[in-house]
Design a protein. Structure first.
Length: 126
């Protein structure tokens, strides 16, 4: 497994995991910079073209340290969202038992894209 390169200041370098040469499954992992001090980490594994497992984390730099504040994942055999405090403790869990893993992976990515596009529009419009 090749871990993505993360540069904490400046531009975040995006690097996919090298897919293993296997027709049955593939792993992907990357980082996305939302804005300075805010990044998203995305990992998913597919099996026979379906999302078998995933995690999407929103990390924010606060007081010189990176903190995971929201995590969407497929743990506990059910897609869900964890909201965490600055100590990394889960303070709220939201279950998405009505979504399959592919839908549940798409949801936070869509939310993050919307946030990123809003930030870009704000920058362009001054």
């Amino acid at each position: 497994m090749i871990i993505a390169t993360l540069q904490l200041r400046g531009n975040v370098k995006i690097q996919d995991l090298t897919p293993l040469h296997c027709a049955l499954w593939m792993n992907r992992e990357y980082f996305l910079e939302i804005e300075e001090g805010t990044i998203a980490y995305v990992y998913f594994k597919t099996t026979k073209g379906k999302v078998a497992e995933f995690v999407v984390k929103l990390l924010i730099e606060f007081e010189g340290r990176w903190h995971e504040v929201v995590r969407y994942d497929s743990g506990h055999d059910c897609p869900h969202k964890d909201i965490l405090n600055t100590n990394g403790e889960v303070i709220r869990k939201v279950w998405y038992d009505f979504l399959d893993n592919s839908q549940a992976l798409t949801m936070p990515i869509t939310i993050l894209e919307t946030i990123l596009n809003s930030i870009k529009r704000g920058i362009r419009n001054g």
